[in-house]
Design a protein around this ligand. Structure first.
Ligand code: KG4
Ligand code: ZN
Length: 372
């Protein structure tokens, strides 16, 4: 059984042998955080406390398993919000203690990588050319890892990361400043199809990282930066006098806790749609270009793209097209397993279960846990 509470989703799942999903329950807190345009940590912890018991019970019920029949309890240790992680960890510890089952800690980013492996194994694909280059791109992370299986489990090497905002964070912030609702990713994804992606030019300086002032040992090979483009969008809104239309949209959506793209589209003029499409094009092109460049440099043939932003339709299409041209194989999880879930945590725990790599009862939440 996997348990995941690192951010704003309370999730539990039962997975057999790291590949067969028996149940996968995700309770989202979107409606709670929507009025704030981002995740509020204190509210997240409170909502996890409310949801954890019913979510775990539902995952067991749907899997046809019982507390006694599961083999081990796996839980996300980090990275994430400390208070949110603690809810899942405390619950998992109590469960493992009472049931006398082994407890396994999983890094959330490792979970995202294993979401890809889990689903490819379901399709019968077991042979990948390793190492794989994994782009983990979500609301909290934009990381590049080399991932490879060794005798005693998986090993990861971080070769790129964002210097400021994560790509999903940029989506959420841009959506907030354009009055489009929360979370921004799925809405911008849908709206971008109605805009001209060439209408607004974002210069390379708005999306390129700048190593100046960073000590050499803190620099990674392939860094990302997404705070500049968010500021560029803000300047564009001011320069083009879009403030009034943004305020009108905010007002119109204020009574809708979870607006769908169909609710937002009629509230957008062409200028807003063009801006959104151009923003998405710039982010997607940057993610794809840097990942392919890293793959080339590291001589990697296999690419995994995972995390909430991997659900983005333009990102998927562009990766497939460009990786195809370069003769590289690119894999994504299904949309359901791209965003946070616990099936990926249970899947990542399976090799540790086989290796007997169990946690002692002393561990705690690690908000900035590194993946190695
Ligand atoms: O992996 P995830 O569920 O949580 C984190 O670990 O952060 O990712 C959530 C992020 C949010 O920023 C959300 O806006 C973004 O993923 N997202 C998307 C899409 N669906 C979710 N971004 C772009 N396009 C999407 N279709
Ligand atoms: Zn995540």
């Amino acid at each position: 059984m996997g348990i995941e509470t690192s951010c704003d989703e309370t999730a539990a799942a039962v997975v057999s042998r790291g590949e067969k999903v028996l149940s996968n329950v995700v309770s989202s807190q979107i409606a709670t955080h929507q009025p704030y345009g981002g995740v509020v940590p204190e509210l997240a912890s409170r909502e996890h406390l409310r949801a954890i018991v019913p979510v775990v019970r539902q995952a067991l019920r749907e899997s046809g398993q019982s507390y006694q029949s599961v083999d081990a309890i796996a839980v996300t240790q980090g990275p994430g919000l400390a208070g949110a992680l603690l809810v899942g960890i405390s619950f998992a510890k109590a469960l493992a203690y009472v049931l006398q089952k082994p407890l396994i800690t999983v890094n959330h980013l490792e979970g995202h990588i294993h979401a890809v492996l889990l689903e490819e194994r379901q399709k019968g694909a077991f042979e990948f050319e390793f190492p794989a280059l994994a782009l983990v791109v979500s609301g909290g992370h934009t990381h590049l890892f080399l991932a490879e299986e060794h005798a005693k489990g998986w090993r990861y090497k971080n070769i790129g990361r964002t210097r400021d905002d994560a790509a999903g964070e940029a989506y959420d912030k841009v959506a907030k400043l354009l009055g489009l609702g929360y979370p921004g990713g799925p809405i911008i994804d849908a709206l971008a199809k109605h805009g001209n992606a060439k209408a607004v030019k974002f210069g390379p300086a708005q999306i390129k990282h700048n190593n100046r002032g960073t000590p050499k040992d803190k620099q990674t090979l392939h860094d990302f930066s997404f705070s500049g483009i968010k500021t560029a969008v803000l300047h564009y809104v001011e320069r083009e006098n879009m403030r009034e239309s943004v305020a009108a949209r905010q007002q119109a959506l204020s009574s809708n806790p979870k607006p769908a793209a169909e609710d937002v589209l009629p509230l957008c003029d062409q200028k807003a749609l063009d801006l959104v499409a151009s923003f998405q094009r710039a982010v997607v092109n940057d993610l794809v270009a840097k990942t392919l460049h890293a793959a080339d440099e590291q001589n990697v043939r296999t690419i995994f793209v995972t995390g909430g932003v991997a659900a983005n339709s333009e990102l998927r299409q562009t990766f497939e097209r460009e990786a195809g041209k370069a003769g590289l194989a690119v894999y994504f999880p299904s949309r359901k397993l791209s965003t946070d879930n616990a099936a990926m945590i249970a899947a990542a725990a399976y090799p540790k279960f086989v290796a007997g790599d169990f946690a002692d009862a002393e561990f705690s939440a690690e908000a900035s846990l590194a993946l190695v």
